[in-house]
Write a protein that binds this ligand. Structure first.
Ligand code: KIV
Length: 273
């Protein structure tokens, strides 16, 4: 049985729990490796737009894209909880289509859904929860708001904005979300929201005090080919490992070194006559 939303909801560092470990994955091998590493939550993030599809923002991801990748992640049958991002426009039109889209992600293998925004998303969140689908919130530098924000800008930099964000977090908690991702805010805001809530916060660029942390798979592993954002710690440079390995393969093919006899099927005697 995978880690459930109610179990995650009960985790709080202030109550002595260990920080929650969340990482994104978009396919079966990625999910399998993350699960083997013992992460708590796998997020099938719409960040796939940036790191898998080569797009500049997450507005390019469709429900079809999400279903395809959730299915691939679920095929790993992870012990980790699988949460799927609801893509832009899948919960903005009306409540009925929001519920149908959340259900489609669950049918593809997600254990819960994540959606961005505070009070303006209240009706969608309430309806999805009413359909018995656990919801994770996402506040702060919400990437689907990139056009409205005028870029990827750190949020809640004034007392007023921090207060507004804290109220949104409390509202989401009251509605019944089981955890909230807090992204791209000064660390003191991450701390204050975490202290204000009974449910866990999971930070990305929100400082060290949130109840958990989330990183994007390709950022963490050095697979983007770009200088990572400030809040990323890279634990490997797999991009370099891949380039070096594929380069050696190319060298071997071009120089007649691959395949050798041990890598070829045996020739039946009859064929050699
Ligand atoms: O899509 C994603 O990867 C996310 C994380 C940045 C939290 O939403």
């Amino acid at each position: 049985m995978s880690l459930s939303a109610p179990t995650i909801r009960s985790k709080k560092r202030s109550r002595g729990d260990q920080p929650i470990v969340m990482v994104t994955a978009y396919d079966e091998p990625g999910a399998r490796y993350c699960d083997a590493a013992g992460v708590d939550i796998i997020l099938v993030g719409d960040s796939m737009a940036n790191v898998v599809m080569g797009q500049r923002d997450t507005l390019q991801v469709s429900m079809e894209d999400m279903i395809h990748h959730v299915r691939a992640v679920a095929a790993a049958i992870p012990k980790a909880h699988v949460v799927a991002d609801m893509p832009w426009m899948s919960y903005h039109v009306d409540v009925a289509s929001s519920v149908r889209n959340a259900a489609a992600l669950v049918r593809a293998g997600a254990h819960s859904v994540k959606l961005e925004g505070g009070r303006v998303r209240r009706d969608a969140i309430r309806a999805i929860l009413d359909a018995e689908i656990p919801v994770m919130g996402h506040l702060g530098l919400t990437p689907q708001s990139v056009l409205a924000f005028g870029g990827f800008k750190v949020q809640a930099k004034t007392s007023e904005a921090a207060e507004w964000l804290t109220k949104d977090a409390l509202l989401l908690q009251d509605e019944g979300v089981y955890a909230i991702v807090i992204e791209g805010v000064p660390s003191v805001v991450g701390t204050r929201i975490t202290e204000a809530l009974e449910i866990p916060t999971i930070g990305i660029g929100a400082g060290p005090d949130t109840d958990g942390q989330v990183l994007v798979f390709h950022d963490l592993l050095g697979l983007t080919g770009r200088t990572p954002p400030k809040f990323v710690r890279q634990y490997a440079q797999l991009g370099d490992v891949i380039t070096e390995a594929v380069g050696r393969y190319a060298f071997d093919v071009r120089n007649g070194l691959f395949p050798d006899a041990s890598e070829a099927y045996e020739n039946p005697a009859e064929l050699l006559e």
